[in-house]
Design a protein. Structure first.
Ligand SMILES: Cc1cc2nc3c(=O)[nH]c(=O)nc-3n(C[C@H](O)[C@H](O)[C@H](O)COP(=O)(O)O)c2cc1C
Length: 245
Protein backbone atom coordinates (compact mmCIF):
# COMPACT_ATOMS: atom_id res chain seq x y z
CA UNK A 1 0.00 0.00 0.00
CA UNK A 2 1.33 3.48 -0.70
CA UNK A 3 2.42 5.40 2.41
CA UNK A 4 -0.23 8.14 2.08
CA UNK A 5 -3.08 5.64 2.03
CA UNK A 6 -1.43 3.74 4.85
CA UNK A 7 -1.30 6.96 6.89
CA UNK A 8 -4.97 7.71 6.17
CA UNK A 9 -6.02 4.21 7.20
CA UNK A 10 -4.08 4.44 10.46
CA UNK A 11 -5.99 7.49 11.75
CA UNK A 12 -7.39 7.37 15.25
CA UNK A 13 -8.42 10.23 17.50
CA UNK A 14 -5.96 11.05 20.28
CA UNK A 15 -7.27 12.35 23.59
CA UNK A 16 -4.13 12.11 25.77
CA UNK A 17 -1.01 14.07 24.93
CA UNK A 18 2.56 14.28 26.24
CA UNK A 19 3.83 17.63 27.48
CA UNK A 20 6.05 18.00 24.41
CA UNK A 21 5.26 21.14 22.42
CA UNK A 22 4.96 21.15 18.66
CA UNK A 23 7.88 23.17 17.21
CA UNK A 24 6.57 26.51 15.89
CA UNK A 25 7.98 25.98 12.43
CA UNK A 26 6.21 22.63 12.12
CA UNK A 27 2.99 24.15 13.49
CA UNK A 28 3.07 26.84 10.79
CA UNK A 29 3.83 24.28 8.10
CA UNK A 30 0.81 22.21 9.15
CA UNK A 31 -1.49 25.23 8.97
CA UNK A 32 -0.08 26.11 5.54
CA UNK A 33 -0.74 22.55 4.36
CA UNK A 34 -4.32 22.97 5.55
CA UNK A 35 -4.69 25.96 3.28
CA UNK A 36 -3.75 23.85 0.26
CA UNK A 37 -7.10 22.06 0.42
CA UNK A 38 -9.46 22.73 -2.44
CA UNK A 39 -11.75 25.66 -1.70
CA UNK A 40 -15.08 26.54 -3.27
CA UNK A 41 -14.52 29.27 -5.94
CA UNK A 42 -11.17 29.98 -4.21
CA UNK A 43 -13.16 31.74 -1.51
CA UNK A 44 -11.09 30.34 1.44
CA UNK A 45 -14.03 30.89 3.74
CA UNK A 46 -12.32 30.03 7.03
CA UNK A 47 -10.30 31.49 9.87
CA UNK A 48 -8.51 29.44 12.48
CA UNK A 49 -8.20 30.74 16.04
CA UNK A 50 -5.11 29.38 17.77
CA UNK A 51 -6.12 29.57 21.42
CA UNK A 52 -2.93 30.32 23.32
CA UNK A 53 -4.30 31.91 26.52
CA UNK A 54 -4.36 29.07 29.12
CA UNK A 55 -7.35 30.53 30.98
CA UNK A 56 -9.37 30.63 27.79
CA UNK A 57 -8.38 27.04 27.00
CA UNK A 58 -9.67 25.96 30.42
CA UNK A 59 -12.91 27.88 29.90
CA UNK A 60 -13.41 26.34 26.45
CA UNK A 61 -12.65 22.86 27.86
CA UNK A 62 -15.49 23.36 30.35
CA UNK A 63 -17.88 24.87 27.80
CA UNK A 64 -17.20 21.91 25.48
CA UNK A 65 -18.48 19.49 28.11
CA UNK A 66 -15.42 19.06 30.35
CA UNK A 67 -13.02 17.83 27.69
CA UNK A 68 -9.75 18.42 29.53
CA UNK A 69 -7.50 17.53 26.61
CA UNK A 70 -8.44 20.96 25.17
CA UNK A 71 -6.41 22.55 27.97
CA UNK A 72 -3.70 19.88 28.00
CA UNK A 73 -2.71 19.43 24.34
CA UNK A 74 0.20 21.30 22.76
CA UNK A 75 -2.03 23.46 20.55
CA UNK A 76 -5.75 24.01 20.43
CA UNK A 77 -7.39 25.38 17.30
CA UNK A 78 -10.91 26.56 16.61
CA UNK A 79 -11.85 26.27 12.96
CA UNK A 80 -14.31 28.96 11.99
CA UNK A 81 -16.42 29.30 8.89
CA UNK A 82 -15.67 32.84 7.76
CA UNK A 83 -17.82 34.67 5.25
CA UNK A 84 -16.70 38.08 6.59
CA UNK A 85 -13.34 38.29 4.81
CA UNK A 86 -14.52 37.21 1.34
CA UNK A 87 -17.73 39.28 1.36
CA UNK A 88 -15.88 42.37 2.55
CA UNK A 89 -13.27 41.87 -0.17
CA UNK A 90 -16.00 41.67 -2.80
CA UNK A 91 -17.67 44.71 -1.26
CA UNK A 92 -14.47 46.75 -1.43
CA UNK A 93 -14.16 45.69 -5.05
CA UNK A 94 -17.59 47.24 -5.64
CA UNK A 95 -20.00 44.32 -5.21
CA UNK A 96 -23.42 44.77 -3.62
CA UNK A 97 -23.16 41.74 -1.41
CA UNK A 98 -26.13 39.50 -0.61
CA UNK A 99 -25.56 38.07 2.87
CA UNK A 100 -27.05 35.11 4.64
CA UNK A 101 -27.81 32.65 1.85
CA UNK A 102 -28.01 29.03 3.04
CA UNK A 103 -25.58 28.13 0.27
CA UNK A 104 -23.01 30.47 1.88
CA UNK A 105 -23.34 28.49 5.11
CA UNK A 106 -22.76 25.27 3.18
CA UNK A 107 -19.78 26.68 1.27
CA UNK A 108 -18.08 28.07 4.37
CA UNK A 109 -18.70 24.93 6.45
CA UNK A 110 -17.40 22.64 3.70
CA UNK A 111 -14.32 24.83 3.08
CA UNK A 112 -13.56 24.85 6.79
CA UNK A 113 -13.87 21.07 7.12
CA UNK A 114 -11.65 20.40 4.09
CA UNK A 115 -8.99 22.76 5.42
CA UNK A 116 -9.12 21.17 8.88
CA UNK A 117 -8.84 17.65 7.50
CA UNK A 118 -5.73 18.69 5.58
CA UNK A 119 -4.31 20.03 8.85
CA UNK A 120 -5.17 16.71 10.49
CA UNK A 121 -3.42 14.64 7.84
CA UNK A 122 -0.37 16.91 7.75
CA UNK A 123 -0.15 16.62 11.55
CA UNK A 124 -0.46 12.84 11.52
CA UNK A 125 2.20 12.59 8.83
CA UNK A 126 4.58 14.21 11.34
CA UNK A 127 3.71 11.78 14.15
CA UNK A 128 1.29 14.12 15.88
CA UNK A 129 -2.13 13.15 17.15
CA UNK A 130 -5.37 15.09 17.05
CA UNK A 131 -8.95 15.12 18.17
CA UNK A 132 -11.72 17.14 16.58
CA UNK A 133 -13.92 18.92 19.11
CA UNK A 134 -17.53 19.32 18.02
CA UNK A 135 -18.27 19.92 21.70
CA UNK A 136 -17.56 23.62 21.18
CA UNK A 137 -21.01 23.80 19.59
CA UNK A 138 -22.51 22.98 23.00
CA UNK A 139 -21.99 26.64 23.86
CA UNK A 140 -21.17 28.40 20.60
CA UNK A 141 -22.27 31.87 21.73
CA UNK A 142 -20.03 31.87 24.82
CA UNK A 143 -17.12 30.49 22.82
CA UNK A 144 -17.66 33.10 20.09
CA UNK A 145 -17.48 35.76 22.78
CA UNK A 146 -14.20 34.44 24.18
CA UNK A 147 -12.75 34.32 20.65
CA UNK A 148 -14.36 37.66 19.72
CA UNK A 149 -15.88 36.21 16.57
CA UNK A 150 -17.68 38.88 14.53
CA UNK A 151 -20.82 38.57 12.40
CA UNK A 152 -20.49 36.17 9.43
CA UNK A 153 -17.99 34.01 11.34
CA UNK A 154 -19.02 30.93 13.35
CA UNK A 155 -17.01 28.23 15.16
CA UNK A 156 -17.50 24.91 13.36
CA UNK A 157 -15.31 22.69 15.55
CA UNK A 158 -12.10 22.69 17.53
CA UNK A 159 -9.03 20.51 17.19
CA UNK A 160 -6.55 19.37 19.82
CA UNK A 161 -3.06 18.80 18.46
CA UNK A 162 -0.01 17.34 20.15
CA UNK A 163 2.25 14.33 20.61
CA UNK A 164 0.22 11.20 21.48
CA UNK A 165 0.51 9.77 24.99
CA UNK A 166 -1.74 6.82 24.12
CA UNK A 167 -1.91 4.29 21.32
CA UNK A 168 -5.58 3.48 20.73
CA UNK A 169 -6.68 1.00 18.14
CA UNK A 170 -7.95 2.13 14.77
CA UNK A 171 -11.78 2.26 14.92
CA UNK A 172 -13.48 0.20 12.21
CA UNK A 173 -15.54 1.85 9.50
CA UNK A 174 -18.48 0.55 7.51
CA UNK A 175 -17.29 -1.59 4.59
CA UNK A 176 -16.88 0.44 1.38
CA UNK A 177 -19.70 -1.63 -0.17
CA UNK A 178 -22.10 -0.10 2.36
CA UNK A 179 -21.43 3.48 1.37
CA UNK A 180 -20.44 3.21 -2.28
CA UNK A 181 -23.44 2.86 -4.57
CA UNK A 182 -23.27 2.34 -8.29
CA UNK A 183 -25.21 4.68 -10.59
CA UNK A 184 -28.06 5.35 -8.18
CA UNK A 185 -29.06 5.10 -4.53
CA UNK A 186 -29.61 1.46 -3.68
CA UNK A 187 -30.49 0.49 -0.13
CA UNK A 188 -31.48 -3.19 -0.47
CA UNK A 189 -28.27 -4.27 1.24
CA UNK A 190 -28.24 -1.58 3.90
CA UNK A 191 -29.84 -3.56 6.72
CA UNK A 192 -27.54 -6.54 6.19
CA UNK A 193 -24.47 -4.29 5.90
CA UNK A 194 -25.38 -2.50 9.12
CA UNK A 195 -26.05 -5.81 10.89
CA UNK A 196 -22.59 -6.99 9.83
CA UNK A 197 -21.01 -3.76 11.00
CA UNK A 198 -22.86 -3.97 14.33
CA UNK A 199 -21.12 -7.34 14.86
CA UNK A 200 -17.75 -5.80 13.97
CA UNK A 201 -18.25 -2.93 16.41
CA UNK A 202 -19.57 -5.20 19.17
CA UNK A 203 -16.35 -7.23 18.94
CA UNK A 204 -14.26 -4.06 18.82
CA UNK A 205 -15.88 -2.64 21.98
CA UNK A 206 -15.70 -5.95 23.89
CA UNK A 207 -12.04 -6.46 23.04
CA UNK A 208 -11.09 -2.84 23.74
CA UNK A 209 -12.77 -2.82 27.18
CA UNK A 210 -11.97 -6.34 28.34
CA UNK A 211 -15.63 -7.33 27.98
CA UNK A 212 -17.07 -4.27 29.77
CA UNK A 213 -18.65 -2.44 26.86
CA UNK A 214 -21.31 -4.63 25.26
CA UNK A 215 -22.83 -2.43 22.59
CA UNK A 216 -22.73 -1.89 18.83
CA UNK A 217 -22.89 0.86 16.21
CA UNK A 218 -26.69 1.11 16.00
CA UNK A 219 -27.03 1.17 19.79
CA UNK A 220 -24.40 3.90 20.05
CA UNK A 221 -26.34 6.02 17.55
CA UNK A 222 -29.57 5.98 19.57
CA UNK A 223 -28.93 8.95 21.89
CA UNK A 224 -27.84 11.02 18.92
CA UNK A 225 -31.23 10.71 17.27
CA UNK A 226 -33.58 10.50 20.24
CA UNK A 227 -32.84 13.99 21.53
CA UNK A 228 -33.04 17.36 19.84
CA UNK A 229 -29.42 17.86 18.94
CA UNK A 230 -28.03 21.28 19.91
CA UNK A 231 -31.34 23.03 19.23
CA UNK A 232 -29.68 26.42 19.87
CA UNK A 233 -27.72 26.13 16.59
CA UNK A 234 -30.43 27.58 14.31
CA UNK A 235 -30.84 30.81 16.30
CA UNK A 236 -27.10 31.05 16.93
CA UNK A 237 -26.27 30.78 13.21
CA UNK A 238 -28.95 33.30 12.31
CA UNK A 239 -27.58 35.75 14.88
CA UNK A 240 -24.16 35.33 13.29
CA UNK A 241 -25.63 36.23 9.91
CA UNK A 242 -25.81 32.68 8.51
CA UNK A 243 -29.46 32.39 7.57
CA UNK A 244 -31.63 29.74 5.96
CA UNK A 245 -32.87 31.17 2.68
C1 LIG B 1 -16.55 17.22 13.50
C2 LIG B 1 -16.14 16.25 14.58
C3 LIG B 1 -16.36 16.55 15.91
C4 LIG B 1 -15.92 15.72 16.92
N1 LIG B 1 -16.08 16.10 18.22
C5 LIG B 1 -15.52 15.36 19.21
C6 LIG B 1 -15.55 15.85 20.55
O1 LIG B 1 -16.10 16.90 20.88
N2 LIG B 1 -14.92 15.08 21.50
C7 LIG B 1 -14.27 13.93 21.20
O2 LIG B 1 -13.71 13.31 22.11
N3 LIG B 1 -14.23 13.45 19.92
C8 LIG B 1 -14.83 14.16 18.92
N4 LIG B 1 -14.76 13.72 17.61
C9 LIG B 1 -14.03 12.47 17.30
C10 LIG B 1 -14.99 11.35 16.90
O3 LIG B 1 -15.63 10.86 18.04
C11 LIG B 1 -14.14 10.26 16.22
O4 LIG B 1 -13.55 10.78 15.06
C12 LIG B 1 -14.99 9.04 15.85
O5 LIG B 1 -15.49 8.39 16.98
C13 LIG B 1 -14.18 8.05 15.04
O6 LIG B 1 -13.04 7.65 15.78
P1 LIG B 1 -11.56 7.85 15.22
O7 LIG B 1 -11.37 9.31 14.91
O8 LIG B 1 -10.64 7.39 16.34
O9 LIG B 1 -11.44 7.01 14.01
C14 LIG B 1 -15.24 14.51 16.60
C15 LIG B 1 -15.03 14.20 15.24
C16 LIG B 1 -15.46 15.05 14.25
C17 LIG B 1 -15.19 14.70 12.81
Amino acid sequence: MNPVIELLNSHRSIRKFTEQKIPRELFREIIRAGQSAATSSHVQAYSVIHVVNPENRKKIAELAGGQNYIAECSDFLVFCADMKRPTEAAQRAGAEVVHGMTEQLVIASVDTALMAQNVAIAAESEGLGLCYIGGIRNNPAEISEILRLPEHVYPVFGMCLGYPDQDPEVKPRLPPEAILKEDYYQDEQDEAQVAGFDETMKKYYLERTGGNKDTNWSEQLKPLFTSKLRPHMKDFLEEKGFKMR
